[in-house]
Design a protein around this ligand. Structure first.
Ligand code: ADP
Ligand code: ZN
Length: 287
């Protein structure tokens, strides 16, 4: 049996699966590491696990040659900075464990079972409280000195946008200008309550389209998959596709934009399904 954890800033989704798919899934609120992990253990202790997969909120240490491997790094989430997350799980369960970011797990889930099935590469971008992306290339999660931080890239400012940006590190990076909290900061209204004809949606599309162009020009993935709360706005997806084509200016040939830039194929489950698939992959690799 495989165990998967999608560790988010507000909730942990834990699940077990066998070759047939998910057998049981629970949701645990994210509080302190100790309290949260206690509940995680209570769930997984009921099962005989062969391997586990963890997709965690980040940033996290993924370089096995450094001391911070398996740790949660600088996060605003209280109590979690410098927490040895992977170490705590390993201590309890002596099985192979795949360890990556929540968005990487989601990208992997989408590649194997979701919107990028049959492809070798994809990017999964979430636009929610923050902006983050996972990258799969050649069927494997991409990482170098760290996992990519594609939410914090620079984008050209919209000529009518005077908002300073919410990112505590950069102010007006992509996340600072286009994550959910920036919508509320500009308008005083939460994204889910804002009318479709509000000019802020054009700014959103302008920024997200620029990011997708940058990713396309840099990595040329076979698919870009969009998830996260803000992307529940269908009209925004249309605007992003339009801006993508317009701003690309015909420079790089991509698949038809409606096939290339798509919504998730595993709504709300890309991350947990990806974590379980990574557990399975880890199990097969270490057998
Ligand atoms: P998280 O990123 O914390 O996992 P979400 O992906 O739901 O959670 O993102 C939350 C952000 O998305 C909030 O800023 C919220 O206002 C915004 N949001 C949630 N639902 C919608 C919606 N339907 N339309 C626009 N914005 C939304
Ligand atoms: Zn930033």
């Amino acid at each position: 049996m495989y165990g998967g954890i999608e560790a988010g800033g507000t909730k942990f989704v834990c699940a077990v699966s066998n070759e047939g798919g998910i057998v049981k899934k629970v949701s645990i609120p994210t509080t302190t590491p100790e309290e949260t992990l206690q509940q995680v253990f209570a769930f997984f202790d009921q099962y005989e696990l062969d391997a586990m997969g963890i997709g965690s909120f980040g940033p996290i240490g993924i370089d096995q040659t450094t001391d911070s491997y398996g740790y949660v790094l600088a996060t605003p989430k209280k109590g979690w900075t410098d927490y040895n997350f992977l170490g705590s799980i390993k201590e309890r369960y002596d099985v192979p464990i795949a360890w990556t970011t929540d968005v990487n797990a989601a990208a992997y889930g989408e590649l194997i079972k979701g919107a990028a099935q049959g492809k070798n590469s994809c990017i999964y971008l979430t636009v929610g409280t923050g902006i983050g992306a996972g990258v799969v290339i050649g069927g494997d999660i991409f990482s170098g000195i760290a996992h990519p931080e594609m939410g914090h890239i620079w984008v050209k400012r919209h000529p009518e946008d005077t908002y300073e940006g919410t990112c505590p590190y950069h102010k007006d990076c992509l996340e600072g200008l286009a994550a959910g909290p920036s919508i509320e900061a500009r308008t005083g209204i939460k994204g889910q309550e804002l009318l479709q004809d509000h000019p802020v949606w054009d700014m959103q599309a302008f920024y997200i389209a620029q990011a997708l162009i940058n990713y396309t020009l840099t990595l040329a993935p076979e698919k870009i998959i969009l998830g996260g709360g803000v992307m529940n706005q269908d009209h925004l997806l249309q605007k992003i596709r339009q801006q993508f084509v317009e701003l690309m200016g015909g420079y790089m040939e991509t698949p038809k934009v409606s096939d290339y830039i798509v919504r998730w194929g595993l709504p709300n489950e890309s991350g947990i399904i990806g974590s379980l698939l990574l557990a399975e992959k880890e199990h097969k690799a270490t057998k």
